[in-house]
Design a binder for this molecule. Structure first.
Ligand code: PGA
Length: 260
């Protein structure tokens, strides 16, 4: 894992955006795996800025989102479909038919999930997957105890995730408990992973994922097995890492050819 600690989330967003922009410039038909939640908002703002000001061209890019709430229609204010259009897709030049967000209204969840996996394979696999991390260590909505080999499927949210996300729902009775999420096995097949975590409330999950044992009870820890995983942190989310000084030194002394 490459642990990149920046002074604040804005600097972290820029590092992640440079990685994505570099990939798109090298490979204009790149396949991105995208995440929702408050964490990637700054990254998406930076990508929109790069599109507007630097001509970053998304016209050949394909995307697959990690997850969606079951029971929320695409235009529901809290659906991840709507989140992605409002925060990214409406502001860049991606072709709508290359955008994939799981369908929370599907009548046949297992069949939809199998199709989603097939679509990822048909697109050539994910080149770069963006991830956040839950305070309970989830990636996508793969909650603790998720199989580390899991594929896209239905999951039930933990109480901790429900209360972390309750702020988005004016009426708590309208907050879905069930989701469709890419599996951990699906995520692990992406060629590159960029996990972002900002703020003190993520420090414990970050320390356990980066420096703790690989364990289904801390799903993000599986990234220790990924050959190309970057973890982008701010000072607050890195506060409980025992080797933070080493990670900072490594990043500050990267050979020029290896810099992002
Ligand atoms: P957050 O959620 O970005 O809103 O903190 C992260 C996650 O649940 O993966």
């Amino acid at each position: 894992m490459e642990i990149i600690i920046q002074s604040d989330s804005k600097e972290g967003d820029k590092v992640a955006a440079r990685m994505i922009a570099g990939l798109i410039r090298r490979k204009p038909d790149a396949v991105l795996g995208l995440a929702t939640g408050s964490t990637p908002l700054g990254l998406y703002r930076e990508l929109v800025r790069m599109h507007r000001e630097e001509g970053l061209d998304f016209s050949g890019v394909t995307s697959f989102n990690l997850d969606e709430y079951i029971g929320l229609a695409t235009d529901h204010p809290q659906s991840y479909h709507r989140f992605m259009f409002e925060n990214l897709f409406n502001h860049i030049n991606m072709a709508t038919d290359r955008i994939h967000v799981p369908d929370g209204m599907t009548a046949d969840v297992p069949a939809f999930c199998a199709d989603y996996e097939q679509s990822i394979r048909a697109a050539g696999g994910i080149d770069l997957q963006v991830l956040g991390i839950g305070t309970d260590g989830h990636v996508g909505f793969n909650e603790p105890s998720s199989s580390l080999a899991s594929r896209t499927r239905i999951k039930t949210l933990t109480q901790q995730t429900l209360s972390d996300n309750a702020r988005h729902f004016a009426d708590p009775s309208g907050q879905p408990h069930h989701v469709i999420t890419m599996g951990i096995g699906t995520i692990m097949e992406s060629r590159q992973v960029v996990m972002l975590a900002f703020g003190a409330n993520k420090a414990d999950a970050v320390a356990r994922s980066v420096e703790g044992p690989v364990c289904a009870m801390m799903p993000a820890s599986v990234l220790q097995f990924h050959p190309r995983a970057h973890v982008i942190l701010d000072d607050a989310s890195a506060a409980r890492l025992s080797k933070a000084d080493y990670y900072r030194w490594v990043y500050d002394n990267k050979p020029a050819w290896q810099q992002h």
